[in-house]
Design a binder for this molecule. Structure first.
Ligand SMILES: [Zn+2]
Length: 733
C-alpha cells in the first residue's frame, strides 16, 4: 500500500525539559528524593583507568571496523593511561524519575519468546518449522451490467501443523461492505479505508467440505467452519468448495474497486486464514487499514469478462492465443525475450475499443505458483506494454489518456524496480511483474500491483510503482503478518525504497523526509510504537508509524549502528531464511543480532517498542594535560531514555578533523558520560553525527564551539560487497 504523500517540510521538535527531583550530598553526588534501589545508586566512580582505556580501544576499534566514520588521525595507544594520573569520574549518576528514565531500562538485553524446534534462537526456521498450505481453483465471471463478480472456489487445504484441527477459519474481506461491519464503525465512511456508504459483501451458497454440505459461522469478515471429521496433523488434507458473489464497490477501501469501465479486483474470493505456531488461527477481522496475512500455495483461476475486455492478472496467462489477436500474442512472445518495451496492445488498438461493446465473453486463464494471493484488473481499452529482464516479463496496463502519459514509462519503471530489489536482496522469483494504472492510489498483490494515475511526467508514478513492486519482497516473498506488524512490510519496503530512489535519482537521500515525518507525529501526539497492530495506528500517523519511522530507524541501524555491509548481509540472510515462510518480529531481531554479533535489545526497545525519541547532547568540552599530552574531555548527556552509540567529529586548532565512535555501552549505567580522548592539539569544535543519518531529534545541542561541518547527507546506496541470495528451491535449500 502506498503511504500518504510525503510532507517534506522540516519540523523542529520540541521536548519539555525533564524535571528530576535531585539533591546533592556533601561530596557532590546526586541523591534521589524519591529513594533509590541498588541499581540506582550513585557512583562516585573511582574511574577505572584500565577500563576506560579499554573502552577507548573498543571505541576506536569499532570506528575503524565500522566503515562509516573514519578515524582520520590515529589518536590512541592502548596502555597510554597506565602510568598517568587517574582521570576524573566518567559517570555522573542521576536517579531515574520513571521507568523510562531508568538508565537500565534502555540497555537491558531483550528476551524474545522462547526459541523452539520451529523457530530457533538464531532467528532461522527450525528443523521442525511448518506452515499450512492453501491451493485454490477459482472460476469467476465479471458481470459489468450489475458490476458484480460471481464465482466458484475450491480450496485444497493441507494441515502441515502437528495439531489436529477440528475447525478452520476463512477470511471474507468483502464483508467489510456489509451494513454494520466492524470496519464501518472504526474508519469514517469518507476516509481512505472507509466504506463510503457502499453496501455489498459476500453472498455464499453451496458451502461444502470434502463434498458434503455444511454451514459456516460468519463473524464479520471471518468465517469458521466446524469439521465433521477432524483434519489430521502433518499432511492431512481437506477440500472446501462454495459458490460466491459480491457487488464490486467503487471505492474498495483504496485496495480494489472500479472507475468507469475499469475494474480492479482483489480480496475477491474467500481465503484461508493463517494457522501458525505463534498464535494458532490468526483471526483479526479485516477493518480496512490493516492489510493481510495469507498462506502460500498455487492458485489456478479463470476470469470470464465481456469479449472486448483485456485482463491483467497475478501469475502466468495460460491461454494468450485464445484471448489475444495473433499479432498481440506474437508481440507478447517477443516482449518476453527482449529488454526493449513492446506494445502488446497499441494505443490505436486500445482507442478503437473504447466505448464499444463487443458481444460475447472470453475467459482468461491464469496460474500463479507459490503465492499468498492473486488479484486482477480488467478494462476494454487497456494499453499494454511489456518488456523483460532475465526471463521475467514486466508489464504495464493503463488507459489513455486518463492514466497520464507517464504510464508510457511504466513498463520500464517496473523492470527497473524488479531489477533493483533483485540486486539488493534476492532475485525476483516469479515469472512476471505487472503494474496497472487505476483509481487505487497504490496496492500490492503477488505479481500485480495497482498504482494511481500519473501526469505527463514519468516521475509522477515512479515512487509508487517502485514502492508497490518493492512489496513483492515484503510481504509477498517474505510472508509476514501485515495486519499485525505493518513495519515488517511497509517499514522494510520504505527502507529499501530509499536505496531505489537514490539509485534512480543520484544525489538525493530519503532519510531527512522519513525523519521529518516521524517528528511530526511526535509533535502532534499521534505517535504509537512500531509494534502497534496496523488497525490501531492513528490513520493520520500511518505514514509515519508503518512506513517512515521504521524506514528511518532501519537506515540508522545500517548507517550508524551495525554498519552498511553488515546490515545488508543481515537483511539478505533474513530474506533467505524466510522467503515463502512466515517470520515473526523476533525472527527478524534475532537474525540481525546473530549476523551482526551485537545485542541490539536497546535498539528494538527504543525504536520498536517505545515512543521516546533520541536526543544526545554535547554539554561541554574541556582540555587538559595528562602525562604531558593533550587530552580532551567531552561531556555527553543523553536527554531521553534512548541510548545510542556516539559518533562525533572533533575539529582541532589546526582545522584538521578526526572522527570518534563510542559504543552504546557507555550509557549502560548512566545518562552522563565524559569521553576522554588523547589529541594532538587543542579541540576547538565538536559535532555529533557527522553523517546525519541518525535520528537525533534535537540538532541544536549536537554541536559545540567551532563545530566541524557534517558530511553531506549520505546516500544509502546498498553495499555491493556480497551478491544477493538466490530464491530457495531445488538444489538451493
Ligand atoms: Zn506499501
Amino acid at each position: 500500500m502506498i503511504r500518504d504523500k510525503l510532507r517534506a517540510e522540516s519540523v523542529a521538535i520540541s521536548r519539555r525539559p525533564r524535571l528530576r527531583r535531585l539533591t546533592v550530598d556533601d561530596r557532590g553526588r546526586a541523591l534521589s528524593l524519591l529513594g533509590c534501589g541498588s541499581r540506582h545508586q550513585t557512583r562516585a566512580s573511582r574511574a577505572l583507568p584500565a577500563a576506560q582505556a579499554l573502552l577507548l580501544v573498543a571505541a576506536l576499534f569499532s570506528a575503524a571496523c565500522f566503515g562509516g566514520p573514519q578515524v582520520v588521525t590515529p589518536v590512541l595507544v592502548a596502555p597510554r593511561f597506565a602510568n598517568s594520573a587517574p582521570p576524573p569520574p566518567v559517570t555522573v549518576m542521576r536517579p531515574p524519575a520513571s521507568v523510562a528514565d531508568d538508565p537500565f531500562h534502555g540497555v537491558d538485553p531483550f528476551d524474545w519468546p522462547s526459541p523452539s524446534r520451529v523457530r530457533t534462537a538464531s532467528g532461522a526456521p527450525g528443523p521442525e518449522y511448518w506452515q499450512q498450505r492453501a491451493d485454490y481453483t477459482i472460476a469467476a465471471t465479471l458481470d459489468t451490467t450489475d458490476k458484480t463478480v460471481r464465482g466458484t472456489v475450491s480450496i485444497r487445504y493441507t494441515n502441515n501443523s502437528p495439531d489436529t484441527l477440528r475447525f478452520v477459519w476463512l477470511q471474507l474481506d468483502q464483508n467489510l461492505y456489509k451494513p454494520g461491519s466492524k470496519g464501518s464503525f472504526v474508519f469514517p465512511p469518507q476516509s481512505r479505508f472507509g466504506v463510503r456508504g457502499f453496501q455489498g459483501g459476500f453472498d455464499i451458497t453451496g458451502l461444502q467440505v470434502n463434498g458434503r454440505g455444511t454451514a459456516g459461522k460468519i463473524d464479520d469478515t471471518m468465517m469458521r467452519i466446524d469439521l465433521d471429521t477432524p483434519l489430521l496433523p502433518k499432511g492431512g488434507q481437506l477440500t472446501i468448495g462454495m459458490q460466491y458473489s459480491f457487488a464490486v464497490p467503487e471505492h474498495g477501501s483504496d485496495r480494489m474497486g472500479r472507475d468507469s469501465s475499469l475494474y480492479l479486483i482483489a480480496q475477491w474470493y474467500p481465503r484461508m486464514a493463517v494457522y501458525d505456531d505463534a498464535r494458532g488461527w490468526n483471526t483479526e477481522p479485516y477493518l480496512g487499514q490493516g492489510e493481510f496475512y495469507l498462506d502460500y500455495g498455487d492458485i489456478d483461476y479463470t476470469v470470464t469478462v465481456p469479449a472486448g475486455f483485456v485482463v491483467a492478472g497475478s501469475g502466468t496467462l495460460q491461454n494468450g492465443r485464445d484471448v489475444l489477436t495473433t499479432a498481440q500474442a506474437d508481440r507478447l512472445d517477443r516482449a518476453s525475450r527482449t529488454a526493449s518495451v513492446i506494445q502488446v496492445v497499441t494505443a490505436n488498438e486500445a482507442a478503437a475499443k473504447r466505448g464499444r461493446t463487443i458481444s460475447g465473453a472470453k475467459s482468461w486463464h491464469f496460474r500463479a505458483e507459490r503465492v499468498r494471493d492473486v488479484a486482477w484488473a480488467a478494462a476494454p481499452d487497456f494499453r499494454w506494454d511489456a518488456t523483460s529482464w532475465d526471463g521475467v516479463l514486466m508489464q504495464a496496463l493503463y488507459q489513455s489518456p486518463k492514466s497520464g502519459q507517464a504510464w508510457e514509462s511504466a513498463a520500464e519503471q517496473t523492470q527497473w524496480a524488479i531489477r533493483t530489489y533483485s540486486d539488493l536482496w534476492m532475485r525476483y522469483p516469479y515469472p512476471q511483474a505487472t503494474s496497472v494504472a487505476g483509481s487505487v492510489s497504490g496496492m500490492e498483490y503477488p505479481m500485480l500491483v495497482m498504482v494511481g494515475y500519473g501526469t505527463g511526467d514519468p516521475s509522477s508514478i515512479f515512487s509508487t510503482i517502485d514502492h508497490e513492486q518493492g512489496h513483492e519482497w515484503f510481504p509477498m516473498i517474505v510472508g509476514s503478518n501485515e495486519r499485525r506488524h505493518a513495519w515488517m512490510d511497509e517499514g522494510f519496503n520504505t527502507f529499501q525504497n530509499a536505496f531505489s530512489n537514490e539509485r534512480r535519482n543520484p544525489g538525493t537521500a530519503a532519510f531527512p523526509a522519513y525523519l521529518s515525518s516521524w517528528r511530526q507525529t511526535v509533535e502532534n501526539g499521534r505517535q504509537s510504537p512500531l509494534m502497534t497492530p496496523a488497525d490501531r495506528i492513528d490513520p493520520d500517523a500511518l505514514g509515519a508509524i508503518a512506513y517512515r519511522k521504521p524506514g528511518a530507524v532501519l537506515l540508522a541501524l545500517r548507517t550508524a549502528v551495525v554498519g552498511r555491509e553488515t546490515m545488508d548481509r543481515a537483511m539478505r540472510e533474513y530474506v533467505r531464511r524466510w522467503a515463502f515462510k512466515h517470520p515473526t518480529p523476533a525472527d527478524f531481531f534475532r537474525t540481525v543480532e546473530n549476523v551482526s554479533g551485537e545485542d541490539l535489545g536497546w535498539f528494538w526497545r527504543a525504536f520498536f517498542y517505545g515512543t521516546d525519541v533520541l536526543d544526545i547532547a554535547v554539554d561541554g568540552v574541556t582540555m587538559r594535560q595528562a602525562a604531558g599530552e593533550n587530552v580532551v574531555e567531552i561531556h555527553l548527556r543523553r536527554a531521553t531514555s534512548i541510548p545510542f552509540p556516539v559518533i562525533m567529529r572533533l575539529k582541532l586548532d589546526d582545522r584538521s578533523t578526526t572522527d570518534i565512535r563510542l559504543p552504546v555501552e557507555i550509557w549502560t549505567r548512566t545518562d552522563r558520560y565524559v569521553a576522554t580522548i588523547p589529541v594532538r592539539r587543542a579541540v576547538v569544535g565538536v559535532r555529533l553525527w557527522p553523517d546525519p543519518s541518525v535520528p537525533d531529534v534535537n540538532s541544536a545541542n549536537d554541536v559545540w564551539g567551532d563545530a566541524p561541518l557534517p558530511d553531506t547527507q549520505a546516500g544509502s546506496a546498498a553495499g555491493s560487497s556480497s551478491p544477493s541470495v538466490r530464491p530457495p528451491g531445488p538444489g538451493n535449500p
